[in-house]
Design a protein around this ligand. Structure first.
Ligand SMILES: [Zn+2]
Length: 363
């Protein structure tokens, strides 16, 4: 491989990206209106992007933390809504603004598993200690979403069910340091059943292999600490080969598809978790990601000459972080937050464990 200095021919416009994510936290263009119900995930992309850029000082953490807590679906007085708890994506349902319990009774109010995942991540990024997270509610909410086949719905009223939501559930249980939120064995069986004939994972059994689902499968097993138990060495080697073959210049998500910035993270992080990322070509990967950089407004797009969006901007940055771009913070490949935020989580978990030990029970 060439010297890293030679790879740095295309400028990485750090300040523009800081401005891009800062702007994302303020006013969004009209075309984002349809994403209102999942606004918390956009907040996560912007906040974690600023964290990777080491630029969190541009945000007012306290205001953000309060807003995130206002999206928590809290248990009502009689706890009859426990299975609906977690975080909602925005205030669209119209319940009164409140950061404290008990929750209010509302027939359509419930958490969304991806919002609970991105909400918890965002709180960690902002340095919150998660002390106001209702763990009992979050875990009951997650547990209620698991189906008999081991997969998860996103919301209690039902939705698609697949490995994406197993991944969100695994992240939530991992962060809260409590796996009572899922039947791990059933989840592993669903993941194993999604391994396709060509040695990567699909959305479910019999579905086409895909880089995104493969990330969710491998990252979930890593968070559970069950990777080597769930998959044989031979299977793991074949998955490694499938993932390495996804590199063209950047990475694509499936054979014969065009390369796309986000797969520099989805496939790159999977290869990192499988300990073979170093066998890929960092220079070509970097050049592709930077070819999608918007030199005027910042951010990264899916493809060159198209518009940047928060998801691709964030995952493009994470892709650059994985190959060691100077001036970027390192990313935790399974949780998809910075190593800095991950260390904060580890410190919190240490204090929870100490208090559990000293009280001999609940914390
Ligand atoms: Zn993409």
């Amino acid at each position: 491989m060439k010297d890293f200095r030679e790879m740095l021919q295309i400028d990485f416009l750090k300040d523009r990206h800081v401005r891009f994510f800062h702007r994302t936290l303020q006013v969004l263009p009209e075309r984002y209106a349809s994403l209102e119900t999942t606004r918390l995930s956009i907040l996560f992309f912007a906040l974690s992007g600023l964290d990777v850029l080491d630029a969190l000082d541009v945000v007012d953490s306290n205001i953000m933390i309060e807003w995130i807590y206002s999206l928590q679906v809290l248990p009502t007085e009689d706890k009859s809504n426990l299975s609906c708890c977690g975080f909602r994506g925005s205030s669209h349902i119209g319940v009164p603004y409140s950061t404290k319990g008990p929750g209010v009774v509302h027939p359509y109010d419930s958490g969304h598993i991806a919002m609970t995942y991105t909400g918890l991540c965002s709180l960690l990024i902002l340095g919150d200690d998660l002390s106001r997270v209702n763990k009992q509610g979050c875990l009951a909410g997650v547990r209620a979403l698991q189906l008999e086949d081991g997969s998860f719905y996103a919301v209690p009223e039902g939705s698609e069910n697949d490995i994406r939501f197993i991944y969100c559930a695994a992240c939530i249980c991992y962060m809260l340091d409590d796996w009572s939120g899922m039947d791990i064995q059933k989840a592993i069986e669903y993941i194993r059943g999604s391994l396709s004939y060509d040695n990567a994972f699909g959305q479910g059994a019999g579905r086409e292999s895909h880089g995104g689902w493969t990330f969710c499968a491998i990252a979930s097993l890593c968070l559970m600490g069950r990777l080597e138990e769930a998959l044989s060495q031979r299977e793991l080697d074949r998955i490694r080969r499938w993932c390495i073959m996804r590199q063209q210049s950047g990475f694509h998500g499936r054979p014969n598809k065009p390369v796309d910035t986000c797969y520099s993270f989805w496939v790159g992080a999977t290869l990192e978790l499988l300990d073979v990322f170093r066998y890929t070509n960092f220079e070509k990967n970097r050049n592709f990601i930077l070819s999608t950089q918007d030199r005027l407004v910042g951010g990264f797009a899916k493809w060159p000459d198209s518009h940047p969006d928060p998801l691709h901007a964030y995952l493009g940055l994470c892709g650059l972080s994985l190959i060691g771009e100077p001036s970027l913070r390192k990313v935790h490949p399974a949780l998809n937050i910075t190593q800095r935020a991950f260390q904060h989580l580890q410190q919190l978990q240490q204090t929870w464990r100490e208090s559990t030990n000293s009280c001999g029970g609940q914390h």
